[in-house]
Ligand binder design. Sequence first.
Ligand code: RTP
Ligand code: MG
Length: 143
Amino acid sequence: MALERTFSIIKPDAVAKNVIGAIYNRFESAGLRIVASKMVHLSKEQAEGFYAEHSERPFFGALVSFMTSGPVMVQVLEGENAVLKNREIMGATNPAEALAGTLRADYAASIDENACHGSDAPESAAREIAYFFTAEEVCPRTR
Ligand code: RTP
Ligand code: MG
Protein backbone atom coordinates (compact mmCIF):
# COMPACT_ATOMS: atom_id res chain seq x y z
CA MET A 1 0.00 0.00 0.00
CA ALA A 2 1.18 3.54 -0.80
CA LEU A 3 2.26 5.98 1.86
CA GLU A 4 -0.56 8.15 3.14
CA ARG A 5 -0.61 11.32 5.25
CA THR A 6 -2.95 12.36 8.00
CA PHE A 7 -3.29 15.45 10.15
CA SER A 8 -3.18 15.19 13.94
CA ILE A 9 -3.72 17.57 16.86
CA ILE A 10 -2.69 16.95 20.45
CA LYS A 11 -5.43 19.01 22.09
CA PRO A 12 -4.99 21.49 25.00
CA ASP A 13 -5.95 18.96 27.70
CA ALA A 14 -3.22 16.52 26.63
CA VAL A 15 -0.61 19.27 26.23
CA ALA A 16 -1.48 20.41 29.77
CA LYS A 17 -1.04 16.81 31.01
CA ASN A 18 2.54 16.86 29.63
CA VAL A 19 2.06 13.78 27.47
CA ILE A 20 3.23 15.09 24.06
CA GLY A 21 6.21 12.71 24.07
CA ALA A 22 4.12 9.75 25.21
CA ILE A 23 1.67 10.38 22.37
CA TYR A 24 4.47 10.80 19.80
CA ASN A 25 5.82 7.46 21.01
CA ARG A 26 2.45 5.83 20.24
CA PHE A 27 2.54 7.19 16.69
CA GLU A 28 6.13 6.07 16.10
CA SER A 29 5.60 2.65 17.69
CA ALA A 30 2.69 2.09 15.29
CA GLY A 31 4.91 2.85 12.30
CA LEU A 32 3.76 6.41 11.67
CA ARG A 33 6.42 9.02 10.97
CA ILE A 34 6.15 12.68 12.09
CA VAL A 35 6.94 14.69 8.92
CA ALA A 36 5.82 18.14 10.19
CA SER A 37 5.17 19.46 13.69
CA LYS A 38 4.65 22.69 15.63
CA MET A 39 3.06 24.09 18.77
CA VAL A 40 0.39 26.76 18.29
CA HIS A 41 -2.15 28.52 20.46
CA LEU A 42 -5.20 28.71 18.19
CA SER A 43 -7.14 31.94 17.84
CA LYS A 44 -10.95 31.78 17.98
CA GLU A 45 -11.02 32.39 14.20
CA GLN A 46 -8.53 29.56 13.53
CA ALA A 47 -10.49 27.09 15.67
CA GLU A 48 -13.83 28.11 14.13
CA GLY A 49 -12.38 27.73 10.63
CA PHE A 50 -10.85 24.35 11.39
CA TYR A 51 -14.11 22.95 12.78
CA ALA A 52 -16.40 24.82 10.31
CA GLU A 53 -18.19 21.55 9.40
CA HIS A 54 -19.52 21.45 12.99
CA SER A 55 -20.62 25.12 13.13
CA GLU A 56 -24.34 24.26 13.43
CA ARG A 57 -23.84 21.57 16.09
CA PRO A 58 -24.87 22.31 19.70
CA PHE A 59 -21.36 21.63 21.01
CA PHE A 60 -19.61 24.04 18.60
CA GLY A 61 -19.17 26.91 21.10
CA ALA A 62 -17.75 24.59 23.77
CA LEU A 63 -15.47 22.95 21.19
CA VAL A 64 -14.00 26.29 20.05
CA SER A 65 -13.63 27.46 23.65
CA PHE A 66 -11.79 24.24 24.58
CA MET A 67 -9.54 24.26 21.51
CA THR A 68 -8.43 27.84 22.28
CA SER A 69 -7.95 27.22 26.03
CA GLY A 70 -4.23 26.47 25.69
CA PRO A 71 -1.54 25.51 23.19
CA VAL A 72 -1.88 22.48 20.94
CA MET A 73 0.62 20.41 18.98
CA VAL A 74 -0.23 20.01 15.31
CA GLN A 75 1.52 17.38 13.20
CA VAL A 76 1.47 15.55 9.91
CA LEU A 77 1.83 11.77 10.23
CA GLU A 78 2.98 9.67 7.29
CA GLY A 79 2.80 5.92 6.85
CA GLU A 80 0.84 3.07 5.35
CA ASN A 81 -2.87 3.54 5.93
CA ALA A 82 -2.08 6.60 8.08
CA VAL A 83 -5.63 7.99 8.32
CA LEU A 84 -7.19 4.78 9.61
CA LYS A 85 -4.16 3.82 11.68
CA ASN A 86 -4.23 7.15 13.53
CA ARG A 87 -7.99 6.80 14.17
CA GLU A 88 -7.29 3.36 15.67
CA ILE A 89 -4.50 4.75 17.85
CA MET A 90 -6.84 7.52 19.08
CA GLY A 91 -9.90 5.39 19.87
CA ALA A 92 -13.56 6.45 19.87
CA THR A 93 -14.52 10.15 20.12
CA ASN A 94 -16.14 9.47 23.49
CA PRO A 95 -13.42 8.11 25.82
CA ALA A 96 -16.06 6.05 27.64
CA GLU A 97 -16.37 4.04 24.42
CA ALA A 98 -12.66 4.00 23.51
CA LEU A 99 -10.86 0.64 23.53
CA ALA A 100 -8.26 0.04 26.26
CA GLY A 101 -4.81 1.15 25.21
CA THR A 102 -6.01 3.92 22.88
CA LEU A 103 -5.03 7.56 23.41
CA ARG A 104 -8.53 8.62 24.37
CA ALA A 105 -8.96 5.73 26.83
CA ASP A 106 -5.67 6.67 28.47
CA TYR A 107 -5.65 10.49 28.29
CA ALA A 108 -9.15 11.87 27.64
CA ALA A 109 -11.51 12.93 30.42
CA SER A 110 -14.71 13.39 28.38
CA ILE A 111 -16.14 13.68 24.87
CA ASP A 112 -15.60 17.45 25.10
CA GLU A 113 -11.96 17.21 26.20
CA ASN A 114 -10.77 14.18 24.30
CA ALA A 115 -6.99 14.60 23.97
CA CYS A 116 -6.47 14.39 20.21
CA HIS A 117 -7.80 14.94 16.72
CA GLY A 118 -7.17 12.90 13.61
CA SER A 119 -8.43 13.39 10.05
CA ASP A 120 -11.34 11.12 9.14
CA ALA A 121 -10.46 10.61 5.43
CA PRO A 122 -7.59 11.28 2.99
CA GLU A 123 -9.53 14.26 1.54
CA SER A 124 -10.03 15.93 4.93
CA ALA A 125 -6.38 15.15 5.75
CA ALA A 126 -5.19 17.11 2.70
CA ARG A 127 -7.44 20.06 3.59
CA GLU A 128 -6.42 20.04 7.27
CA ILE A 129 -2.69 19.73 6.51
CA ALA A 130 -2.94 22.75 4.17
CA TYR A 131 -4.81 24.68 6.88
CA PHE A 132 -1.75 24.55 9.16
CA PHE A 133 1.33 23.83 7.04
CA THR A 134 2.88 25.13 3.82
CA ALA A 135 4.20 22.52 1.39
CA GLU A 136 7.78 23.44 2.44
CA GLU A 137 7.02 22.76 6.10
CA VAL A 138 6.25 19.10 5.43
CA CYS A 139 9.50 17.11 5.29
CA PRO A 140 9.02 13.57 4.01
CA ARG A 141 11.47 10.78 4.63
CA THR A 142 14.59 10.76 2.40
CA ARG A 143 16.57 7.90 3.99
P1 RTP B 1 -11.90 15.03 15.95
O1 RTP B 1 -12.53 15.62 14.70
O2 RTP B 1 -11.59 16.06 17.00
O3 RTP B 1 -10.76 14.13 15.63
O4 RTP B 1 -12.95 14.06 16.63
P2 RTP B 1 -13.88 13.01 15.92
O5 RTP B 1 -13.65 12.99 14.43
O6 RTP B 1 -13.72 11.73 16.66
O7 RTP B 1 -15.30 13.62 16.24
P3 RTP B 1 -16.15 14.71 15.42
O8 RTP B 1 -17.50 14.15 15.21
O9 RTP B 1 -15.39 15.20 14.24
O10 RTP B 1 -16.27 15.88 16.48
C1 RTP B 1 -15.25 16.84 16.65
C2 RTP B 1 -15.05 17.09 18.12
O11 RTP B 1 -16.20 17.73 18.65
C3 RTP B 1 -16.41 17.29 19.98
N1 RTP B 1 -17.71 16.66 20.11
N2 RTP B 1 -18.47 16.84 21.11
N3 RTP B 1 -20.62 16.75 22.95
C4 RTP B 1 -20.68 16.06 21.82
O12 RTP B 1 -21.64 15.38 21.54
C5 RTP B 1 -19.57 16.12 20.90
N4 RTP B 1 -19.48 15.49 19.76
C6 RTP B 1 -18.29 15.84 19.24
C7 RTP B 1 -15.34 16.30 20.32
O13 RTP B 1 -14.30 16.96 21.01
C8 RTP B 1 -14.86 15.84 18.97
O14 RTP B 1 -13.52 15.41 19.02
MG1 MG C 1 -13.68 14.70 13.22
